[in-house]
Design a protein around this ligand. Structure first.
Ligand code: ADP
Ligand code: MG
Length: 359
């Protein structure tokens, strides 16, 4: 059964109502699928763009029954979908792709770092801090100063992070968060990259080109790609880690890994088993967009190729959508507005992709 193709005309269930779900739904519809999106509040973008909509908390039993009834396969567009909910769906016989096990890794920074090691990649130097009491053991954290304290769970777009300069700021931050955390050494970043692997239930695999990311205040600001931009260390190792990652969890779907290059070495930062902001440029610039690749992988269709035909720059519209006329006046530009009602500082409102010669 799990090796069967999920045929066009079937319904893909998407958990989460954000822009990743909206763009995934568009790709699903283009291939002839229907979608059911389960979001938690009326104004979520993907709820504007699906065949069937469910708006309810993820604890709602009748919403669960309705979702399982409609969907032939379920996938997530948001990392913090409760793992027990996915396990319940799996228990009811619904195909969940990627599986609850993969999402469980992505939900914990500690688990991600263990996973990085298991595939032979190097996480940034770090220590796990279960709570304030752990600091009394006089373990020496000073090797990691200056550092960044990150909550083990539920952080995103730089949230759930605090800069640490010394022991007293560490104690204060651990007490303030009051949840398990990971202290990472603050690395001097030469550059940041991400890459995507797709694997289908039949075992076919495809690794993307690597894109280059620039973050501001912990939020992805821009992503670009052009031929020959990768440093040697990334060219050598990234594809192998992606293959290894997909094989080791028997991935069914797509997975993106973020990497740092610091002082010439490659470090594993984190992973996301879903479409990723850094691959939005694939809609215009790649042979197959990440969203179409996601649909192909979870439906066990032949995979495409998330490799780029054209150099591009993708810029996020953060906090507000900016001047639409000015965006549209640029040459070779595609504007995506997510349709979020309310602008807020740090909120991703849309993105603009420009096909450009690289510098
Ligand atoms: P999020 O889950 O919010 O994306 P990340 O851990 O990826 O959190 O951090 C966001 C960004 O902050 C990174 O892409 C990087 O630019 C910066 N950053 C995070 N951790 C470190 C670190 N240990 N050293 C240097 N910069 C970091
Ligand atoms: Mg990140």
């Amino acid at each position: 059964m799990s090796q069967d193709i999920i045929k066009p005309g079937s319904t893909i269930g998407i958990l989460g109502g954000g822009q990743l779900g909206k763009m995934s739904a568009a790709a699903a519809h283009a291939l002839g699928y229907k979608t059911v999106v389960w979001g938690q509040s009326e104004d979520e973008p993907a709820l504007q763009a699906c065949t069937y909509r469910i708006v309810a908390p993820f604890t709602d039993a009748s919403a669960l029954a309705e979702f399982c009834n409609k969907a032939q396969v379920a996938t997530t567009e948001w990392e913090n979908i409760p793992v027990p909910l996915l396990q319940e769906m799996e228990g009811r016989g619904l195909l969940v792709r990627p599986s609850s096990k993969v999402l469980a890794i992505a939900q914990s920074r500690r688990a991600e770092k263990g996973f990085a090691r298991s595939i032979g990649a190097e996480p940034v130097p770090h220590l796990y801090i279960p709570g304030p009491e752990a600091l009394q053991d006089a373990e020496d954290y000073s090797d990691l100063f200056p550092g960044i304290l990150k909550t083990d769970r539920l952080g995103y777009d730089g949230r759930g992070q605090m800069a640490i300069s010394d022991q007293s700021s560490l104690i204060e931050a651990v007490e303030r968060f009051a949840v398990p955390c990971v202290l990472e050494k603050r690395m001097l970043l030469d550059s940041e990259y991400s890459a995507l692997v797709a694997r289908s239930a039949c075992g076919e695999m495809s690794v993307s080109d690597c894109v280059r990311n620039v973050h501001k205040d912990g939020i992805l600001s821009q992503t670009s790609w052009c031929q020959g931009m990768l440093p040697e260390v990334a060219r050598r190792d990234v594809a192998g880690f992606l293959h290894q990652a997909a094989e080791s969890v028997a991935l069914e779907g797509i997975l993106v890994i973020e990497f740092f290059v610091s002082e010439g070495r490659l470090y594993f930062n984190e992973l996301a088993p879903r479409p990723h902001n850094s691959f939005h440029g694939s809609i215009e610039a790649a042979r197959t967009s990440q969203f179409e690749q996601h649909v192909r992988a979870i439906c066990n269709l032949p995979l495409g190729s998330v490799t780029f035909r054209d150099p591009f720059v993708m810029r996020n519209l953060i906090g507000n959508t900016g001047d639409l006329q000015a965006h549209l006046a640029q040459a070779h530009v595609s504007v995506h507005l997510y349709g979020k009602g309310e602008s807020r500082p740090g909120r991703k409102m849309g993105h603009v992709t420009t096909i450009v010669p690289c510098d």
